[in-house]
Design a protein around this ligand. Structure first.
Ligand code: C2E
Ligand code: MG
Ligand code: MG
Ligand code: MG
Length: 286
């Protein structure tokens, strides 16, 4: 009996794996033409200053509308692009597109707002990465200070020594670096002293419970205190309620990001948002 049930489970498991593998294959196939077919765009999500509610930075988030598959979420296609190595080419497209957009924003309400892009381990490990960043900034006439790169802890463990020198060279260009999804995954506090980071982004998993869980609340408080003492800027991700925003601001979190502030949106909407929150506007702070 037990053996039979076990075999059934095994078959089910392997069917699920086959389905996942098929899904990945289909996505992989469609991804190969997607850049040339112009199927990608970037949405931008506001990262607001906690005190004033003004736009502090914006995060570029990749969007894919496939001719054959329809809209595919990043959580489905980014891992596939990472497995095939296509993420390097895709990441170059993201960098160029974000810099193009940042250059267009100069002179308007978003002038001086830093643009933040997500970077995968493969990109950072590519010896051409730092020169590419430098050349892309130069091509669009952007100072490095207007660009931020978001890395995950995974990137830091994959290739420690090399990453350290890459981060130093980026810093020399004026580019800042933030650690995304902090607290999930592979957290080792030694990363915070080993690598030159500017910002910690506290993962949504902790932020979502701060109003109702004393433990999440203490944890976020501790992360913020630690960030302050290490001279790091703090961003809270996934802020969905006014209560969360108030608690985080009171704890000294510098920036807030989440649906409560703004959803990821097209560049034109970002401009309208920024105009409504600028000095000239009389809107109430967050
Ligand atoms: P991430 O970098 O941590 O980005 C934040 C994700 O949380 C985004 O999902 C965003 O839409 C979502 N989000 C923001 N505020 C809220 C909120 O209040 N509530 C909830 N429930 N979600 C919120 P998205 O756009 O689906 O991206 C998912 C992940 O895909 C990103 O996580 C990032 O790891 C990856 N990704 C997106 N664009 C790129 C890219 O250009 N390159 C690379 N390598 N990865 C990317
Ligand atoms: Mg991110
Ligand atoms: Mg994140
Ligand atoms: Mg995330």
């Amino acid at each position: 009996e037990a053996k039979k049930a076990g075999r059934g489970e095994l078959r089910f498991f392997s069917d699920a794996m086959n389905a996942a593998a098929r899904d990945a294959l289909v996505i992989d196939g469609a991804l190969r033409h997607a850049i040339a077919a112009n199927e990608f765009r970037l949405d931008y999500q506001v990262i607001a200053e906690a005190g004033s509610g003004r736009v502090g930075k914006v995060e570029a988030l990749l969007r894919w509308r496939s001719a054959t598959l329809g809209t595919v979420a990043p959580d489905r296609f980014i891992p596939v692009a990472e497995d095939s190595g296509l993420i390097v080419e895709l990441g170059s497209w993201v960098l160029a597109e974000a810099c193009r957009q940042a250059a267009l924003w100069r002179g308007g309400p978003l002038d001086g707002v830093r643009i933040s892009i997500n970077v995968s381990a493969w990109q950072l490990a590519d010896p051409g990465f730092v020169p590419l960043v430098e050349a892309t900034l130069a091509r669009h006439g952007l100072p490095g200070a207007l660009l931020e790169l978001e890395l995950t802890e995974r990137v830091l463990i994959d290739d420690g020594p090399n990453v350290r020198s890459v981060l130093e060279r980026l810093r020399a260009l004026g580019v800042s670096v933030s650690l995304d999804d902090f607290g999930t995954g592979y957290s080792s506090l030694s990363y915070l002293t080993q690598f030159q980071l500017n910002t910690l982004k506290i993962d949504r998993a902790f932020v979502m419970d701060i109003e109702h869980s004393a433990r999440s609340n203490s944890l976020v408080h501790a992360i913020i205190a630690m960030g302050h003492s290490l001279g790091l800027q703090l961003v809270a991700e996934g802020v969905e309620t006014d209560g969360q925003a108030r608690i985080l601001a009171r704890m000294g979190c510098h920036y807030l990001q989440g649906f409560h502030i703004a959803r990821p949106a097209a560049p034109e909407q970002l401009l309208l948002f920024a105009a409504s929150r600028s000095d000239a506007a009389s809107g109430a702070p967050v």
